[in-house]
Design a protein around this ligand. Structure first.
Ligand code: SAH
Length: 270
């Protein structure tokens, strides 16, 4: 695309605000937005009748729409055009992530979402540092999902990363054991095999499952248990990375090798 075309399209569409509405229903070409997104449109951004926006349904559909009515807590929009959704990554990446302190946990959910992780499965293991409070789990999950949604809107991914409820390390392994694909557990104590060698020893696959430990790392017993469940322990070098750095790096590397960190010649968003 030439600079001129790009500019034209930027003006027309790329800079439009994106809003994600789950359970989006279109009736006779119109759609009512309620809840947080409506508040954001009317109260925060003060958008008005006639303003264009992009609506995403979180399931892969995208629409160009125009505000037709703003009320106290609802915004009605007219659907103008169906937009082609950005294609999902060709590799289905699952990040099994030990729950870590809330700031770094939020950070890694945002960053790996931008990098195109498909699913994040939080878990609690023996050296988890954060205090696990089961009554706070629902609230945490909701917050993590919101972060994944905001990241999806910001980076123009049509389907946000899924976040599963927090499980124990053992339950997590039991659930993933039967899933296909390449499985790796990041372990700073591994000296024989590294992530690069693991990737290079396989043809590109459709699914990759990577596991990252908490601030306190994995215990040797946990590494053994994971191995029995089909996970290869791999090193990412001699430097010990923080959990969130390890998670972001893992997703970036897998996406670079087998995914879509490339110019997409087949995708014209408009
Ligand atoms: N507490 C441990 C470090 C844990 S780092 C220690 O001080 O020794 C947190 C997590 O990041 C680890 O469980 C591992 O999954 C991942 N990680 C960090 N650096 C790594 C490396 N160099 N190779 C592989 N995994 C790493």
């Amino acid at each position: 695309m030439g600079l001129h075309d790009f500019w034209e399209e930027s003006v027309n569409n790329i800079r439009l605000r994106r809003f994600l509405v789950e359970d989006l229903t279109i009736h006779e070409g119109a759609c009512i937005i309620a809840g947080g997104e409506a508040k954001h449109i009317s109260k925060v951004l003060r958008m008005v009748r006639g303003d264009p926006l992009i609506l995403m349904d979180g399931k892969g559909a995208c629409f160009l729409a125009e505000i037709s009515f703003v009320s106290h807590n609802e915004v009605t929009v007219e659907i103008k055009k169906t937009l082609p959704a950005a294609p999902p990554s060709p590799i289905d990446i699952t990040l099994c992530q030990a729950v870590i302190k809330s700031g770094p946990m939020d950070y890694l959910i945002q960053k790996t979402s931008e990098l195109g992780v498909n699913r994040i499965c939080p878990f609690i293991s023996s050296r988890t540092v954060v205090h696990f409070q089961s009554d706070k789990q629902q609230k945490k999950l909701k917050r993590w999902k919101e972060i994944a949604h905001s990241a999806a809107k910001q980076c123009n991914r049509a389907i946000p990363a899924k976040i599963t409820p927090t499980q124990t390390f053992k339950a997590q392994l039991a659930n993933l054991e039967s899933e296909p694909g390449i499985k790796a557990i990041l372990w700073e104590g591994e000296t024989a095999r590294d992530l690069k060698a693991l990737i290079q020893s396989h043809e590109p696959r459709a699914q990759f499952i990577g596991m990252v430990g908490p601030e306190g790392g994995f215990s040797p017993e946990e590494i053994l248990t994971a191995q029995k469940a089909g996970f290869s322990p791999v090193s990412m070098g001699a430097r010990i990375l923080r959990s969130e750095t390890a998670a972001v790096t893992l997703v970036a590397v897998v996406q670079y090798e087998w995914g879509d960190l490339n110019a997409n010649k087949d995708f014209d968003p408009f």
